[in-house]
Design a protein. Sequence first.
Length: 271
Amino acid sequence: MRASASAKINLALVVGPNRGDGKHEVVTVYQRIGIADRLELDPADGLIVEGFPGDTLVRGALEALASKAGVEPNWRVRIEKRLPIAAGIGGGSSDAATALRLANATLSEPLPDGDLNEVAARLGADVPFFLTDGPQLGTGDGALLHALELPQDYWVLLLVPRAVQKQSTASVYASFDLRGGSAGFDDRRAALHAALAGVRRPRDLAALPENDLASSPLVDDVRALGAFRADVSGAGPAVYGLFHHKNAAKAAQRALKHAGETWLTAPAWYG
């Protein structure tokens, strides 16, 4: 069994206070994009994960699935890693969700969607998103999902900056807390909901609030090159720009080659 494990960007990320369980209250807009890892899964005599030595999420996901289903984790998974690692685009979470979906389908009694989502949510707040189709509004810690109707007809330029050391997500949230970033959360959350209510065309996405958690000077550079919206995805360091036209996105990609690794892609509904 083979499947793609697509990346995501956060079209908005509003962050509130620590909830007391080690997680923060968030409101975020998840959008899948058309670049992906590839996974292959087969039955095996034990749990074998190949292709990506740094994996922990896929192995943990399959162990959790087996425990929930009351079976042995007898799968071999091969990960073909194409996405940048620790970039804020959910590559590891997408791999984990894809492995869950593939492995669940091999069970004689597959877990129902609710149970599978429960397993996914314990692995990470954005893992359940990758079990859904289409853009989603994430609330709570990001794992409570509500389907959104958003335009999908634009181009996405993704940039992972060169010579920028990725901070751990925990340290990014710690810095957020130190600077009192949660102040005004209710107002920012209301502004996000109001902006979403007004989205009809791609350019309306420009009204979404900027990422509360992470910023980058490259965001201004991407905007200056014609993006109608640009921001950091998740905890970073990946920066994205949204463009109406492919030629403009390509020109921006050429202009930013010096700044890091780039991908030109588009929104994806599933996979």
